[in-house]
Design a protein around this ligand. Structure first.
Ligand code: 7PJ
Length: 297
């Protein structure tokens, strides 16, 4: 087995156990926590710091900063707006906290500036398909997360359709991996993500989740983001503020699948509810450790 440490520029991420990525949404219009960090129409940096401090204290391994809302039907954001949102937050978090920061962006200029501004990972829901994004990511030397999305945020939920959702998503991700390798990104710096909820019906999402084994078999670390998503709302018939238990359950199931797959190179869970996810993982890990110890006797 290769090393379970992801090199993230000036920091390393331990992937020998599931890592928790806390979501920091600095958009005014995110679907589940939109505008919470705003005072009126302006982003409130004190609220941002408080949120980051809490997520780190709760056990987040990574803070994921997103300046573009990709919820279904979200308004497009200009490059300048995205830079204006992301860069001051990235810089001030880096000054105040010793945190591993990923930036959720598809824009070449944001990738480049975020890398020089101290970001440790690039998370792209468009898998580096925008003009210049591959080159900017390669130049940054940072790990990249490639996510699958069918169509665009404004139309992705209109009528998602696949003949074989698992094969199509894996093929897409492997094609994007090849493009990354060609652009000079090292294979062990590439993470893959099925993109739950991005151009997918409930059945598509469940098919992908049930096939996580096949994603681990690619030999890349995975990122799984199901937190508070519509699929959980559909399973529970619940609004976005009632999806905590469902989200944590799925996070734990993904962790369990990873731990049972000998090809797994690690898992990052992208979540809103850091404390609850970390607690579930801690209990699960403690029981597993105990079991391993009695098996050794
Ligand atoms: C994801 C993401 C995801 C990755 C969002 C939301 C929508 N990045 N950004 N994977 N989702 N890699 O938080 O529900 O699933 S934004």
């Amino acid at each position: 087995m290769t090393s379970m440490t992801l090199n993230c520029g000036s920091k390393n991420l331990d992937l020998s156990r599931p890592a928790v990525m806390g979501i920091l949404n600095i958009t005014p219009d995110s679907f589940s926590d939109g505008g919470q960090l705003y005072s009126g129409s302006a982003l409130d940096l004190d609220k941002v710091f408080h949120e980051v401090e809490k997520m780190l204290a709760d056990g987040a391994d990574i803070i994921d900063i997103g300046g573009e809302s990709t919820r279904p039907g979200a308004a497009a954001v200009s490059q300048q707006q995205e830079l204006d949102r992301v860069m001051p937050v990235l810089q001030s978090i880096n000054q105040r906290f010793d945190a591993l920061i990923s930036v959720d962006t598809s824009t070449a200029q944001v990738i480049s500036e975020a890398a020089s501004g101290g970001a440790h990972m690039i998370n792209d829901v468009r898998a580096l398909q925008r003009e210049g994004a591959l080159e900017a990511a390669a130049q940054s030397g940072l790990p990249v997360c490639l996510m699958h999305m069918q169509n665009r945020p404004d139309n992705m939920q209109d009528s998602p359709s696949y003949s074989d959702v698992v094969a199509e998503v894996i093929n897409f991700l492997l094609q994007r991996k090849q493009a990354c390798l060609k652009a000079g990104i090292a294979s062990d710096q590439i993470l893959l993500d099925p993109g739950f909820g991005f151009g997918k019906t409930l059945d598509h999402n469940l098919a992908l989740f049930s096939a996580l084994e096949q994603f681990y078999d690619t030999g890349h670390p995975l990122l799984v983001g199901v937190s508070r998503k519509t699929m959980i709302g559909q399973l529970l018939d619940s609004d976005v503020d009632q999806r905590l238990i469902g989200s944590v359950t799925m996070a734990l199931m993904a962790a369990q699948t990873a731990s049972q797959n000998s090809n797994s190179q690690g898992l990052i869970l992208r979540v809103h509810d850091v404390l609850e996810t970390v607690q579930a993982l801690t209990v699960w890990q403690s029981v597993n450790k105990f079991k391993d110890e009695i098996e050794k006797i």
